[in-house]
Ligand binder design. Structure first.
Ligand code: CA
Ligand code: CA
Length: 282
C-alpha cells in the first residue's frame, strides 16, 4: 500500500548543515583492558551521490543493528530518507549490546562535489571497541528516496593490519523510489548533489517493504545518469590504532556469524585489502 503524505518542510539542508557535537557513549559491556581505539575512515568514492552525516557503532555479535531482509525501524527510515541520524543514535544507545555510538555532523561530499565548510569526500572517526566487537556504519545516499550504504556487523580487526571494504547499497524499503525532486532531500539539489533542484521539500510515498539491496536508479524521475551509480559509493577503512593486540576474551572462532553474510548479492561489498578474508565471504 502506498500512502501519499504531506510534504515535509524543508528542514533537511538545515539538518545537513547543523553543527552538533559528535556524541559517544563509554563502553558499557567491556572491561577496560579489552577496549581499543579504532580509526574509521569513510571515503566517498562516487561522483554521483553525496552521503549524509554518518552514524557508526561498535557492538557485540549478539545484536544486529540493521537487518537486510527485515524491516527498517522508524529511526533508520529517518536516516535513509531524511539524512537525520540523531534518532538512530538514540535507538542504538538503547541496545545493551551496543558499546559506542558516534553520529557525524557533516555530510561526506561526492567526488568533485560541494558541501558545507569542514566537509570533504573523506571523514575520519575514532571509535572504541572491545575484543570480538563488530562495527556497523550507515549513511544515506543523499540524492535518493531511501537508499543508504555502510557496513553491517563487520568484525573489528584484532591485529594491526587495516581493513578496507567497499560497501553495499540498500533500499530501506520505506519510501517509493520516485526519484523526483519533490521526494528528495532539498540539500541534494541545493548544494550537495550532481544536479540542481528547487527547495521543494522532501516528500514521502510510504512503502512497507524489507531492506533489500538497492537496484539502482531507474531514471524515471528527475534524476539523471549523473546521479546514478554502478558500484559501491563508500569505502570504509578500519584501522586498529592501539599498539598492543588483544590478549584476553577473544571470541572463539566458532562463534556463529550474523545472517548478513548470507545476504550477499553479487557485485557489492567486497574486501579490497587487509587480512579479514577468513571472516567475510562477500
Ligand atoms: Ca525505496
Ligand atoms: Ca526536494
Amino acid at each position: 500500500m502506498i500512502v501519499r503524505l504531506a510534504l515535509v518542510p524543508a528542514l533537511f539542508l538545515a539538518t545537513l548543515l547543523a553543527i552538533s557535537r559528535p556524541a559517544t557513549l563509554p563502553p558499557t559491556a567491556q572491561a577496560a583492558e579489552d577496549d581499543a581505539p579504532y580509526r574509521i575512515t569513510l571515503t566517498n568514492i562516487s561522483t554521483a551521490q553525496p552521503l549524509s552525516p554518518p552514524i557508526l557503532a561498535t557492538h557485540s555479535p549478539r545484536t544486529m543493528l540493521i537487518t537486510p531482509g527485515g524491516t527498517a525501524t522508524e529511526s533508520l527510515r529517518k536516516l535513509a530518507e531524511e539524512v537525520q541520524n540523531q534518532d538512530l543514535m538514540a535507538e542504538w544507545r538503547g541496545d545493551p549490546d551496543v558499546h559506542v555510538v558516534i553520529a557525524g555532523d557533516l555530510p561526506i561530499r561526492r567526488v568533485g562535489g560541494d558541501g558545507p565548510a569542514g566537509s570533504s569526500t573523506s571523514a575520519t572517526f575514532t571509535i572504541h571497541g572491545g575484543a570480538g566487537d563488530f562495527l556497523t556504519v550507515a549513511a544515506m545516499l543523499g540524492c535518493t528516496n531511501d537508499a543508504f550504504t555502510g557496513v553491517i556487523s563487520v568484525p573489528l580487526p584484532d591485529g594491526a593490519a587495516p581493513v578496507s571494504l567497499r560497501s553495499q547499497i540498500w533500499d530501506a524499503g520505506t519510501e517509493l523510489n520516485t526519484e523526483t525532486s519533490l521526494d528528495l532531500p532539498d540539500a541534494c539539489g541545493t548544494q550537495l548533489g550532481a544536479q540542481r533542484f528547487p527547495e521543494d521539500g522532501s516528500g514521502h510515498e510510504a512503502t512497507s517493504e524489507p531492506i533489500t539491496n538497492h537496484r539502482g536508479l531507474t531514471l524515471s524521475g528527475d534524476l539523471t545518469d549523473v546521479s546514478a551509480w554502478n558500484g559501491p559509493v563508500l569505502e570504509v577503512r578500519i584501522e586498529r590504532i592501539s599498539p598492543l593486540p588483544f590478549v584476553a576474551n577473544q571470541l572463539p572462532v566458532s562463534i556463529p556469524r550474523p545472517p548478513f553474510v548470507t545476504f550477499t548479492p553479487p557485485g557489492s561489498g567486497f574486501i579490497t585489502s587487509g587480512a579479514m578474508s577468513g571472516y567475510l565471504d562477500q
